[in-house]
Design a protein around this ligand. Structure first.
Ligand code: TYC
Length: 138
């Protein structure tokens, strides 16, 4: 595999067929730009990836856990501020957590989910509320 292809693959721009560890078949290989007609040598530094098959990212649910002390209004605020919920949806989710013990705030890629968990936990700690926010792989 050429250096550019390897980089593109790791970046998630191209991928092997799912479950395949084989090198790309010739027909699947990204094409490099060449002179019109395609007859000559490849242009130096002008590699162009024409294949755009994407790789599914791993997704993570961010969950809020119920407790007996965090004020309902604080939980609604967290859902509005960090999860872009309007007041009605934030209230619905908060009540779901209050009644069921756990509820979903959203689904994100790993780093986004991790950031949101950290932001929620930092704000809860700052206000001395025992609110717990966790992530779990979907
Ligand atoms: N159970 C809390 C109360 O009665 C409210 C609450 C809701 C706390 C959701 C946490 O994730 C939570 N004040």
């Amino acid at each position: 595999m050429q250096a550019g292809e390897d980089t593109a693959m790791r970046a998630g721009f191209v991928s092997r067929p799912r479950g395949s560890a084989k090198p790309l078949a010739m027909a699947d290989k990204p094409r490099r730009a060449g002179p019109p007609g395609g007859g000559g040598r490849e242009g130096a530094g002008t590699a162009v990836l024409t294949r755009t098959r994407t790789r599914k990212p791993n997704l993570y649910r961010v969950l809020l856990l119920n407790d007996d002390y965090t004020p309902m209004e604080f939980v609604v605020h967290v859902l509005e501020r960090f999860f872009n919920k309007d007041r009605a949806e934030a209230t619905r989710i908060m009540m779901h957590v209050h009644q069921n013990g756990v509820g979903e705030c959203g689904v994100f890629t790993y780093e986004v989910a991790e950031t949101k968990v950290t932001l929620v936990m930092d704000l809860a700690r700052k206000h001395m509320h025992p609110l717990q926010c966790v992530m779990e792989k979907k």
